[in-house]
Unconditional design. Structure first.
Length: 218
């Protein structure tokens, strides 16, 4: 009865249905259940997800590694997220963070480590996190393309920018979305962040929606 379980059901149902249908058929042929399960897992998306996880850490530069985050990374990732918000807040006060934002986001990031349909990548230099990317599979009940991927936040410390590290994180995320069966990926970027707009356009993203705001005097 939650979004994580719903995402798991969506991903697992087709695999389980194929497993049972094939199982009934092969039971007539005398195939052992253990052999059946092993053969199905090798063919299914669960094995692709496992292979994706086993491919980490990935070397993306000198003493630079891209990895799936673990609980010990959360504190450093929260520091990076605060740096991201502070950079945006220099341009507009709309990005000023609440005092409790860190504690709420900590729970969110910890859930990312265990919930299906969620991805939290960390970029490490000398074992210390210097960048991160968060993404998830989401859905809307109103649009025809109702299941899509969303890149939520991505950030690299300024000293490490300009070395294709962001591109490495994006390629890895697209690979993960493909494993989830996703055909459309969305993200947001601030209109004042022209460098981000150029970056995402280079990676094939095209804006289709603009969020406008107006301050109303009290």
């Amino acid at each position: 009865p939650n979004e994580g379980m719903q995402a798991f059901r969506v991903q697992a149902w087709s695999h389980l249905r194929r497993l049972f249908e094939t199982g009934f058929q092969r039971a007539k042929e005398g195939l052992k259940i253990k052999d059946l399960c092993e053969s199905m897992l090798l063919e299914g998306s669960l094995d692709a997800e496992g292979a994706f996880t086993r491919s980490f850490p990935r070397e993306v530069g000198y003493q630079l590694f891209l990895d799936r985050a673990n609980p010990s990374d959360i504190k450093a990732i929260l520091d990076l997220w605060e740096s991201l918000m502070d950079e945006h807040a220099q341009e507009t006060s709309l990005f000023q963070r609440r005092p409790t934002a860190r504690y709420s986001l900590r729970r969110t990031f910890l859930n990312y480590l265990t919930q299906p349909g969620h991805l939290l990548l960390v970029l490490r230099h000398l074992q210390h996190p210097i960048g991160f990317l968060s993404a998830c599979v989401t859905r809307t009940p109103l649009l025809q393309e109702n299941r899509f991927g969303q890149i939520i936040d991505t950030y690299i410390q300024p000293a490490f920018r300009g070395h294709q590290l962001g591109s490495a994180m994006v390629r890895c995320t697209i690979e993960w979305f493909q494993i989830q069966g996703i055909q459309q990926v969305e993200l947001n970027f601030a209109t004042h962040n022209h460098a981000a707009e150029r970056f995402w356009r280079r990676h094939g993203f095209s804006p289709y929606l603009c969020i406008a705001t107006q301050r109303i005097a009290s």
